[in-house]
Design a protein around this ligand. Structure first.
Ligand SMILES: [Fe+2]
Length: 379
């Protein structure tokens, strides 16, 4: 590819001479402008590798031109030579301070001009190569980073699925809880990145169930107090599994696992945290998790009608749940109904968001509801 040179001079004869001279060896293609303002407009639309600009021009002098050119995107490293017959130190200093790389004498066919011009052409070509290389590397890094993020999301999802399949066979609870959680997070006005992360990490809320023995987790009848205590360890175990990760998303999962059975009034577990002591992600998932547990058919119960579950959330706002989370959830009721109606999605199908979580049935909902024969999940 030919080196692209931008030539700016108010003298047509000088421009013609420079163009001939710079294109003589067939390595450069020059674009000429009599008007520096028009040259700047062109420089915003095209990439040049080298600029030669006159010192004295009407409307805009070479110093102002260089200063403006340097501020254009991607133009900080491009070699600029000022062509002038005025070789005073003041002129040179002003040009250097504006961002000039070199000066060329206005002496046609001088040896000095030929040599320095050749050097500038080589410099321009080298800068172009470096910039192209940097752009290529940046795109490679971006692609690799995106791939890593996708792997991270997929691993989280598959981990959540593995847990879910222990006591469920349908696999949509996780997906719905993730979607409900995102609605709440968005409506709370949380930063977009956090909304996304809550959506992605919500599936990990019950990961601690992997450590609950089958004879308790899958027990069909009412749980004893001792068995219930074992079930409740899933929150702490989940936190231990996920804590201290170098992955921000997994650390958020740890917060959710640890806090999704805490209650706004402090009567939850495992730590009896209350109100703002409970991480916001856990408060969000608590509402989503319970709502899905209530409205889902289980082997031991029929699904609660959506309106009844809505009333349950409203009645327990400020007691079991963060009232702001409940308000956020109910304010987007139409979307909630749509999700609850169940558009089945493949666990790894990409939908609106980068990740599509999965599974069905709630956390604790099952054991607690199940075994205590209550219609309401969570402790
Ligand atoms: Fe749970």
């Amino acid at each position: 590819m030919l080196t692209q040179a931008l030539l700016v001079d108010d003298s047509r004869s000088v421009l013609n001479f420079l163009k001939r001279h710079i294109e003589a060896e067939g390595l450069v293609e020059a674009t000429t402008f009599l008007d520096p303002v028009e040259a700047l407009v062109c420089a915003q639309e095209r990439v040049f590798d080298l600029v030669l600009v006159d010192y004295e021009m009407p409307h805009m002098d070479g110093i102002s031109f260089i200063r403006t050119f340097r501020r254009l995107p991607g133009c900080t490293d491009i070699p600029i030579a000022m062509i002038t017959s005025r070789q005073t130190d003041d002129a040179k200093m002003a040009a250097l301070q504006a961002g000039a790389t070199d000066f060329l004498p206005k002496q046609p066919q001088s040896l000095e001009m030929t040599v320095r011009l050749r050097n500038l052409i080589q410099l321009g070509a080298a800068v172009r190569k470096l910039n192209d290389r940097a752009a290529h590397l940046a795109s490679e890094v971006a692609a690799a980073t995106q791939k890593l993020g996708e792997r991270e999301e997929e691993i989280i999802l598959r981990l959540a699925l593995a847990v879910e399949y222990r006591d469920n066979d349908t696999g949509e609870h996780t997906l719905r809880v993730a979607r409900y959680s995102r609605i709440i997070a968005e409506q709370l006005g949380l930063p977009a990145r956090l909304c996304r992360d809550i959506y992605l990490a919500a599936p990990l809320h019950d990961v601690g169930k992997v450590a609950i023995p089958d004879n308790i987790l899958l027990k069909p009848g009412r749980l004893t107090d001792e068995e219930m205590a074992v079930i409740r360890t899933h929150a702490t175990i989940g936190e231990r599994i996920l804590a201290d990760s170098s992955c921000e998303l997994i650390r958020l999962g740890a917060q959710i696992a640890a806090g999704h059975h805490e209650r706004w009034d402090g009567a939850g577990y495992p730590n009896g945290l209350e109100a703002d002591e409970i991480p916001v992600a856990a408060r969000v998932v608590a509402v989503a998790d319970v709502f899905d547990a209530l409205t889902t058919r289980r082997p031991y119960k029929e699904p609660m009608p959506l309106e009844a579950a809505r009333s349950y959330l409203a009645e327990n706002a400020g007691r079991q749940f963060d009232p702001a989370c409940v308000e956020a959830f109910l304010s987007r009721w139409d979307e909630v109904v749509e999700i609850a109606a169940g558009q089945r999605a493949s666990p790894f199908q990409r939908t609106e968001a980068p990740l599509a979580p999965v599974v069905e049935d709630t956390a604790e909902s099952r054991p607690v509801e199940d075994h205590s024969a209550k219609a309401v999940p969570a402790a």
